[in-house]
Design a protein around this ligand. Structure first.
Ligand code: UMA
Ligand code: ADP
Length: 447
């Protein structure tokens, strides 16, 4: 796809965060004029991050002049029910996500990774594999660097982490390879129910062509009745065997081996990080790499060196014979449930924060593995109600008192696991901040 020329056209950018800033810069590079709006009064720092040709307008002003916009580019955090987006639709002005806007102007093929959990890990692994293969790669999207930054960069490939929010306003977005890693409940406060959430995720395949690849997980066959309309060739990854005639890769987690239907084989050895679910992410990355013609040796070399990402089930320290583990990035019940599978020891789980409309039944189902559950923050009551019949629950108002309760409940040989099943924004800037505070509290135990 070639870059659009905007020739002075007025583009309204909604949201002055990372996506909005990147979109405004892209508008300028394309020759357009960005008007950027935000419901919050912008900081001077945010305003100076805008390109020279862009100007900030307040939301009322933006709404009054919506008809003059050639296009509205919206940020992922803006819900479809936002009054500006509704006003744009009413005025027949096209609304696209920053992802779609970038993709329309991108000169490189894309690999898209979506799903509820494991996106960042898979995308990072894939980036390393492609680089080792000698390709010039952009790795970004929901991971942090907006796709707009990749436009004009001449990359051989863009590996894009894609969120459900970004897929709400896509139209022409066409990755050459795309995966939905898994699907469990998340962001239901935004999408309403699981069906709507699944439909939004499936939009990643909407514009794919017969020569493109859709990569899906055999172990969670939720997608099988729904992909009839997927135009791309389907291949699968998973621990379960391949059916006759099926293309894909089988993950032997114990043996640390991946083997594809055509004999393509990766043996990882002992050096793999502890989380079994990370091996599923590796299987997805390997299948994508195989589809892109990359050798098994290259994948094996990247896998052996991969150390996992910060705050995703990372060992912190041992105090008084109790191990402390940080999985602060487990921001939904499905992630927390998988995290627990990594431990044979008795686990004291810290869970809480902002629930995002989550159904904690998924967490309740695995509570039998726990010694004790410390529920804290805004979601504490919902977590307690869902889990109290299965495990002893202690409720605390905030993170620090939850940590103290976990420490007090722990005995030698136990594990204290932070895997909160919730977002962090009631007490922290983000999940990484929450993980750092946890590590700080663990460190204080040794002081
Ligand atoms: N805003 C409004 N009105 C609203 C909501 C937000 O004006 O109703 C404004 C805020 O005041 C703020 C701006 O919008 O100034 C923020 O926009 P944003 O929430 O879209 O955030 P960005 O900074 O643009 O970051 C977004 C993604 N954020 C979200 O999806 C919420 C980042 O993913 C992503 O890294 C970034 O684009 C670059 O692509 C974060 C995330 O939490 C990490 N994603 C969710 C997740 O992973 O679960 C989906
Ligand atoms: P995402 O970008 O989708 O949030 P991450 O790679 O950052 O994914 O992992 C987020 C959390 O999800 C981790 O803390 C981990 O507990 C959990 N997780 C990672 N991979 C998987 C998987 N394949 N299935 C279920 N949970 C996973």
């Amino acid at each position: 796809m070639t870059m659009q020329k905007l020739a002075g056209e007025r583009i309204l950018v909604v949201g002055l965060g990372a996506s909005g800033q990147a979109a405004a810069h892209l508008v300028e590079r394309l020759g357009g004029c960005a008007e950027v709006t935000d419901d919050r009064t912008p900081s001077s720092h945010a305003l100076t991050a805008l390109p020279e040709s862009a100007r900030f307008v307040d939301p009322h002003q933006a709404e009054r002049s919506i008809r003059d916009a050639a296009l509205v580019v919206t940020s992922p955090g803006i819900a479809a029910t936002h009054r500006l987006l509704l006003a744009a639709s009413a005025a027949a002005v096209e609304v696209v996500s920053e992802l779609e806007f970038a993709a329309r102007n991108l000169d490189s093929p894309m690999v898209a990774v979506t799903g509820t959990n494991g996106k960042s890990t898979t995308v990072s692994l894939l980036g390393e594999i492609l680089e080792r293969d000698g390709r010039r790669v952009f790795v970004g999207g929901n991971l942090g660097k907006p796709l707009s930054n990749a436009v004009g960069g001449g990359y051989d490939c863009c590996v894009v982490e894609v969120s459900s929010f970004q897929l709400e306003f896509v139209d022409t977005f066409r990755p050459r390879v795309a995966t939905i890693l898994n699907l469990t409940s998340d962001h239901l406060d935004r999408h309403g129910d699981m069906d709507a959430y699944a439909r939004t995720k499936l939009r990643v395949f909407d514009r794919m062509q017969p020569a493109d690849r859709a990569v899906l997980c055999r172990d969670q066959p939720w997608w099988r009745p729904r992909v009839g309309a997927v135009c791309a060739r389907i291949s699968t990854f998973g621990r379960t065997p391949l059916a006759a005639g099926e293309e894909g890769i089988v993950a032997d987690v114990r043996g640390r081996v991946l083997e594809a239907h055509d004999g393509w084989r990766v043996s990882v050895g002992e050096s793999w990080p502890v989380a079994p679910h990370d091996f599923d992410n590796l299987a997805a990355a390997a299948e994508i790499a195989r589809c892109l013609g990359i050798s098994a040796e290259t994948v094996a070399a990247s896998a052996r060196e991969f150390e996992g990402l910060a705050h995703r089930l990372r060992y912190v320290a041992t105090h008084a014979e109790v191990e402390y583990w940080d999985d602060s990035k487990a921001t939904n019940p499905g992630a927390t449930a998988r995290s627990l599978e990594a431990f044979d020891e008795p686990v004291i789980l810290m869970a809480g924060g902002i629930a995002k409309g989550a159904d904690f039944a998924e967490l309740a189902a695995v509570c039998g593995r726990l010694k004790c559950l410390i529920a804290y923050g805004e979601a504490a009551e919902s977590i307690e109600l869902a889990c109290r019949d299965r495990v002893a629950v202690r409720r605390r108002s905030d993170f620090r008192s939850a940590f103290a309760a976990a420490r007090d409940a722990a005995e030698p040989g136990d594990v204290v696991l932070l895997a909160p099943a919730c977002a962090s924004f009631d007490e922290f800037e983000n999940y990484a901040h929450r993980g750092r505070v946890f590590a700080g509290l663990v460190e204080e135990l040794g002081a």
